[in-house]
Design a protein around this ligand. Sequence first.
Ligand code: GDP
Length: 424
Amino acid sequence: MATTSLDLGKVRNIGIMAHIDAGKTTTTERILFYTGVSYKIGETHEGSATMDWMEQEQERGITITSAATTCHWPLENVDHTINIIDTPGHVDFTVEVERSLRVLDGAVTVFDGVAGVEPQSETVWRQADRYGVPRICFVNKLDRTGAEFHRCVEMISDRLGAQPLVMQLPIGAESDFQGVVDLVTMKALVWSAEATKGEMYDTVDIPATHTEAAEEWRGKLLEAVAENDEELMELYLEGQEPSVEQLYAAVRRITIASGKGDGTTVTPVFCGTAFKNKGVQPLLDAVVRYLPSPLDVEAIEGHDPKDAEQVIARKPSDEEPLAALAFKIMSDPHLGKLTFVRVYSGRLESGTQVLNSVKGKKERIGKIYRMHANKREEIESVGAGDIVAVMGLKQTTTGETLSDDKNPVILESMDFPAPVIQVA
Ligand code: GDP
């Protein structure tokens, strides 16, 4: 059985947030589909097996049914683990939404390309601001009549008060939407008619019709990045073109730093249509490229159970004493009660005793599972930064901390604001 010690730098704990109907479910399903496909390709090296799996999954429909689902995405042939934390769809139940925001390190905000920024997009955006969650944006439904990418970008700026970094331009509009111009690599990514079967896109030269707009928007992107990043500013002032790698690194620094909650949130913006399978793979690349890993979150603060004034900081390391937050309890049809936890520091091991520091009671850790879209994987122990489901916890409820017996800490203070009631 696996004892996983993940390479923390290659982990992304993310949420997907949206106004209802913007396409959160569809985008999540496509992410699970594409990551499942690529995972399978990596395992079998056999096209036919992949096709079988895809067809089966398409028939069944892949739906996220778990509070946290683990998937894998290779970026430049390096495997990354993405834990997708289900953020509740209803935005009026603040404690639950905020608790899920607390356990993720970054988020993808999905917008409807026709409706743009909607009331619930504003609500979730403000909540993410409050919790300092770095974000990237996906303007979805560009295949729909009336969809306008640039109007949505303006709304991100006007309504949300954010600074959008336009990373892509759409090629074609509405039913003729074909792909995107990538403003970092200055290439066009186009999806063929077979895209619906899960095919990757083709990387081609930017069509002549789009070269002028691409140059103009690349100029705006470089300027905006330089304005927010000293390293790029130096290159910019020297009149030097940053390399692709330098630009990736600068956008990553900006996205992570601006998510900390002070000042304007700077957010890279991508586009496509999840339903028509265009744009999701580059979005996954962007998740890995720009959103933080648990290592980017320097330390989490909690307090001493005996003295709420005594602040205790825990680093994201397996070497630290255990501190894990239970954030969701679900009933699984096969396994029964499952408690989803995020381990912030130390290791959580099956069969050991830990302390529920809020209740002051010992708990025995039963089986530990990593939940995938199409299977669950039992693991023996899990390290800092990871998110898993635990069986057998009798006393622990959501919001409570499991910690090392001798080094107790309480991670979550329960001073949540009163629920915000949405009036439609
Ligand atoms: P959620 O409420 O945000 O989870 O939205 P869903 O993913 O359930 O999508 C709402 C509706 O929009 C569904 O009927 C989807 O099929 C549709 N939809 C989602 N993405 C797209 C898209 O890219 N283009 C079009 N035309 N429809 C979409």
